[in-house]
Each structure stands twice: as C-alpha cells, then as structure tokens.
Ligand binder design. Sequence first.
Ligand SMILES: *Cc1c(COP(=O)(O)O)cnc(C)c1O
Length: 432
Amino acid sequence: MIFHSTKNKNLTASLEEAVFRSLPSDNGLYMPEKIPQIDSSFLDTIEDRSFKEIAVEVAFTLLSDDVSREDITSIIDKAYDFEAPVVQITPGDYVLELFHGPSMAFKDFGARFMAALMSHFLSRSEQEIKILVATSGDTGGAVAQGFYKVPGISVTILYPSGKVSEIQEKQLTTLGHNVRAIEVDGTFDDCQSLVKEAFLDKELSSKFNLASANSINIARLIPQSFYFFSAYAQLKKLNKPIVFSVPSGNFGNLSAGLLAFRMGLPVHRFIAATNLNNAVPRYLESGSFEPRPSIETISNAMDVGNPSNFIRMTRLLNDDLNLINEKIVGYFYNDSQTKKAMREVYGNTSYVLCPHTAVAYRALEEYRQHEETDFTGVFLSTAHPAKFIDLVEDTLGRKVDVPERLNELLSIEKVSIKMDTSFSSFKNLLLS
Ligand SMILES: *Cc1c(COP(=O)(O)O)cnc(C)c1O
C-alpha cells in the first residue's frame, strides 16, 4: 500500500517508511492512497471467525503489498493474546469491551500491533530504534507494554509528574528492561514539546534512529479497524443496522471505524461522543471546525481541544459535508451528565462504566430517541473502570472490584528518572 500526506498527494511513502517516520515531512498525516475492499465472501461467513482470523483478513486486505500472509499471521499472533467481546447491556444496546489487553485500555490494540509490525521490519536489518513518547495517561502504558522486551527497540516515556493516576503511573514505571520512564516536573504539553524538539535536533537524529509511537502513526490506526469488523461478526445474526457510539478525543478510534466502513463493513452510522472538548460535535452542527484549548474533565483521555485525526475523519468521507452528516452524528456531555450515566447504568444493570465509556453510552441513548428504524446499538468501552478507581467509587458510592493484575501492580516499586522541563536535560539524558 502506498501512503500519501493529507497535505500533498505527491508526498508518498511505503508502509515501512510511514511507520518509522510517523509524520510526513510537510506535517500532514499519512493516509492510504486507495482503500481496498474486503472480500464480500469473507463478510458472508465472518460470524464463524475468531478475532485473530478477522484481524489477519483485514490486515492482509490492507497490507498485502508489503507483508506476506504468513508474516501478518505471526504479527497478529504476537500482538493479540486478548479478545474484544461484545456484551449485552439492555435489549438493544451492547458494549464492545476493548479493555482486555495488558494496559486495560483500547490503546493496546494499536500499540501491540505497531510493536509487532516494527519488530517485523527490524528483523530484516541491524537497526536499533529509540521510541520517544509523551503521555497524559493511557498511551504510555499501552506503548510500554507493547514494546516491552521487543529486540532492537528501546522506549523512553515522558509523563507529567503528579498528573497521571496511580495505576497509570505504575504501568509506566514498573517494567524496566528496554522501557524507561521520565517523570517531568511540568505538564503534558511540556512533555510533548520535549519530544518534538528531540525529533528536530540534528545531533540526536544523526546519532539515533528516533521513532514516535503517538496515536497519529498509521500503524496504530489500522489495527483499530479490526474490532469494528469483529463486533459486526458478533452481532450479525441480529440482522439489524448497526450504530457505533465512539467515545472520542483525538478521533483515531472513530477514523478507524470509518476505515472499516470504507473497506465495505456495513455500518448504519457512527456517533462521535465527546466531553466538553466538543470541536467535532460543533463542526457536525455548524460545518465549521474551530479547535479550542482543551478543558479538563473527568474523561481526561478525551480532553483534546484540537483533535489530530480530524483531517483523517473528513478525508475518509471524501471531505463531503453531506456524506459526513449522513454517516456521523455528534453529541457532547459535561461531567455531571457523565456521572449520572455511570450511576444509571450501574443502578439498572450492575455494569460499571469508566467515565469515557459513559459518554458513549449516554450519546447512544440520546441517539435512540431520534432514530426511527430499529437498530443494534454498540458503544465502545475504551478503558476498564478500575483504571479510574477513585472517581468510579466516588460516583457510584461503593467499592468496585480491581482486577488482580492491577492490584499486583500497585505493590511494585516505581522506578522513574526525575527531570526538569529544559531540553538540554533531556538531550543529555538521551546521549548518556
Ligand atoms: C485515548 C482514549 C480515548 C480517545 O480515543 P481517540 O482515538 O483519541 O479518540 C477514549 N477513551 C480512553 C480511555 C482513551 O485512553
């Protein structure tokens, strides 16, 4: 597959180049030049396939020019030792649980595939790669777990001291080996600027092969389409149009859903569900995209004022506002509405939602009031509620179960390197 920049169709890259460069030199985003169609006979029997079989077929459809079927199968095997089950909540509503991976957030789907794909490319060369990533919470854990002990790759994660949850911090700081965590005495934006500056630094880029594992890397987007196909497989027997409600921040997840749709997956509609960082729902309402500085909310992984995948989302629908409005509807909620949704679902069904998932649930309920055709509603659960234990327990007024895996993590000592926000400190650390 050939990729080109969203800013310039003539600036192209192979899969391998797009994955290791992450961004084209003109600061656009990589997009597939053509979107291949999934084999319709595959869709006819998709309900009989496992998650991994579906992932292999979708990945092979997209990447067959670059990676053999055998290698794709082994990449998928390595990446996914966890599933994406669909669970019924109420008669028409289902939750797609995306938190069964090692960091218990959906970002595992992207990070694990990216790590396996990079290591496949590296196995053919002698290169050593240094991954740099700034995190505000969930990305770091998924990337750390994804690249842990991958030969030829070392990972440096920068996170803002005191601004991630205890569990999130432990996920970054307890692995060791090829993963190191830098605790920056500053904000997420400081961490991000340090990473950006490192990529621009001549000395660093001549000494090392630096790569980024942020969410705009195409190798994180592609695998997120797998679970839309898998959800369809699990719900196909109901024989109704499917509506996906996607809790969104940077809009990678929703863009991956659109990629699946463009490949031929039957999807009736997508719901763009956000917190008060609502640039996309406002765009869908007014037709004009006006990013704003981000606002802090309880669904903090979605606190994005200027979603970086917005351009991919509109491109995937040919930048055609009519088509965009036909395929996507947007809703947004404040924190008290989100908490109310968490209490409502818990009260009615005993199912515990994380705050991000609650936003998607609430949006699906609102959509249901306006939709006349009978449909199957699926809201995506992007994180396990125990990752936000204090908030969830406060909101529901009771203790919730913490999976053994997370409990064990809390008893392990954290190891981090403390650093100020100056670039010279960061550069010295990388050179030492
Ligand atoms: C990253 C994240 C999101 C937002 O996903 P995007 O692809 O950036 O829209 C939602 N929920 C959780 C828990 C996340 O970690």
